[in-house]
Design a protein around this ligand. Structure first.
Ligand code: PBG
Length: 325
């Protein structure tokens, strides 16, 4: 029955009707807030490329955790920025590294807040690559052992979930085994399964001081044109033991999110990355767009594409907007 009998505008007439037939909803339960932790004391410095975000020393995290919990955000994802870097990234598994300290503080201060940790060497290596390097080559298998040590040190400090983001082959299997052997068989792994080599990570690399000193990450992160390969990455990581799979970045990769959603039944995370955040902030600061509305439209679109969890620098702002609803 087409027009004039059928009229889709009937259900759009009022706000209440629109709410009644709304297909996708965003809730605070979906949000994960990234936190950058530095070595030192009494540090809380704004990150210039990510306005509204700060680098914290572990001792300054308590009030931030209170605010995050008060806003109803269930989880944080920790990134560490060490003072000392070496070619092996060996500060990544230090018992008293910034992330390990932050985990202990957060679990003591706010036990209900889920503490996830990024597992990747790039913030800890002097060359800035996500793996061990020989000449111009980023080595796969020798990197796995380092990643396992890093994941284990996070587990021992009390992390609730580890999230490997390095894109080495076989790392989910290696980390799952290492965790199980050490008595952490209950600890979930969220795999950055389909992570693309993207220019959208620019502001993050400034925030985390993790830009590669030579070359780029295209020999291990995925090539942006490849959709089928993204599904292979996800299915392999599931076979290797991933509990949650992720697509990253989100906004330019909504088709990948949908493809992955249709290909598996695992919880699906999307990383709304630093460049996606920075673009909105920059345009809003110039008065070119309504930043708050664009934020909500983007987050809803990521959910509509198929994501269950949204890792986003907007988490606090979005939680505030959702609470006010
Ligand atoms: C790697 C890592 C990166 C991001 C999260 N984990 C950077 C990279 O791969 O270069 C990017 C996140 C963002 O841009 O918001 N440890």
């Amino acid at each position: 029955m087409p027009y004039p009998e059928e009229r889709l505008r009937r259900l759009r007439r009022t706000e209440s009707l629109r709410r009644l037939v709304q297909e996708t909803t965003l809730t605070r339960d979906d949000l994960v807030y990234p936190l950058f932790v530095v070595e030192g004391r009494a540090i809380r410095e704004e990150i210039s490329s990510l306005p509204g975000l700060y680098r914290f020393s572990a001792d300054r995290l308590a009030s931030e955790a209170d605010e995050i919990q008060e806003l109803g955000i269930p989880a944080v994802l920790l990134f560490g920025i060490p003072k000392r870097k070496d070619p092996q990234g060996s500060t990544a598994w230090k018992k008293n590294g910034p992330v390990q300290q932050a985990i202990r503080l957060l679990k003591r201060h706010a036990p209900g807040l889920i503490v996830m940790t990024d597992v990747c060497l790039c913030e800890y290596t002097s060359h800035g690559h996500c793996g061990l390097v020989q000449g111009a080559e980023v080595l796969n298998d020798p990197t796995l052992e380092a990643l396992c040590r890093m994941a284990l040190s996070h587990a021992e400090a009390g992390a609730d979930l580890v999230a490997p983001s390095d894109m080495m082959d076989g790392r989910i299997r290696a980390i799952r085994r290492a965790l199980d052997q050490a008595g952490f068989s209950h600890l979930p792994i969220m795999s950055y399964a389909a992570k693309f080599a993207s220019a959208f990570y620019g502001p993050f690399r400034e925030a985390a001081e993790s830009a590669p000193a030579f070359g780029d990450r295209r020999s291990y992160q995925m090539d942006p044109p490849n959709r089928r390969e993204a599904v292979r990455e996800v299915l392999l990581d599931i076979e290797e033991g991933a509990d949650i799979v992720m697509v990253k970045p989100a906004l330019a990769y909504l088709d990948i999110l949908r493809e992955v959603r249709n290909a598996c039944r695992h919880p699906l995370a999307a990383y709304n990355v630093s460049g996606e955040y920075a673009m909105v902030k920059a345009a809003a600061a110039r008065g070119w767009i309504d930043g708050g509305r664009v934020m909500m439209e983007i987050l809803l679109a990521i959910k509509r594409a198929g994501a269950d969890l949204l890792i986003t620098y907007f988490a606090k702002e979005a939680a505030r907007a959702l609470r006010a609803d």
